[in-house]
Design a protein around this ligand. Structure first.
Ligand code: ZN
Length: 152
């Protein structure tokens, strides 16, 4: 990246009649995904992978570092995914801290002592409109709105 940036900067400098010694350098830093993606998608209670089609934080940072051609990193929701958002009061009852890890639906229900219902999920959250396990879909009903550009 450095050499192509430098070549481009030199070419730009020539166009602008600036001496080739005046170089432009641009440093691109790795994205810091701490707190934005889980360290692991494994349910912290039973260990099941709640998002087999997703990278965890470290894997995503590595994939983005390798994505030199800016093709993007594809992640998949499917019938094995239990990626969802519930209201903060549900996490509180479940004794979950923010960024405290993932819980599968069964373990979250065990913690709160009841089955989840549609009103427990955040309305219009894109995650709540994605494909998921049968039990997730049966609990949340049709809560979310899939954002434009995202296909099932
Ligand atoms: Zn679990």
């Amino acid at each position: 990246m450095t050499s192509s940036m430098t070549r481009r900067a030199v070419a730009a400098a020539r166009c602008a009649n600036i001496g080739a010694d005046d170089q432009f350098e641009h440093t691109v830093h790795k994205p810091d995904l701490r707190g934005k993606l889980p360290e692991s998608w494994a349910c912290i209670d039973c260990g099941v992978n709640t998002a087999p089609g997703f990278f965890n934080r470290k894997q995503m940072e590595q994939a983005m570092a390798l994505d030199w051609n800016d093709q993007g990193v594809k992640q998949t929701f499917d019938a094995l995914s239990e990626v969802y958002t519930v209201k903060p009061k549900i996490w509180k009852v479940a004794n979950m801290e923010e960024n405290g890890g993932c819980l599968c639906i069964g373990c979250l229900e065990r913690r709160i002592g009841r089955m989840l219902a549609a009103e427990d999920f955040l309305r219009n959250d894109p995650f709540n409109a994605m494909p998921g396990t049968e039990r997730l879909r049966s609990r949340r009903g049709r809560r979310g709105q899939r954002p434009k550009g995202l296909r099932p």
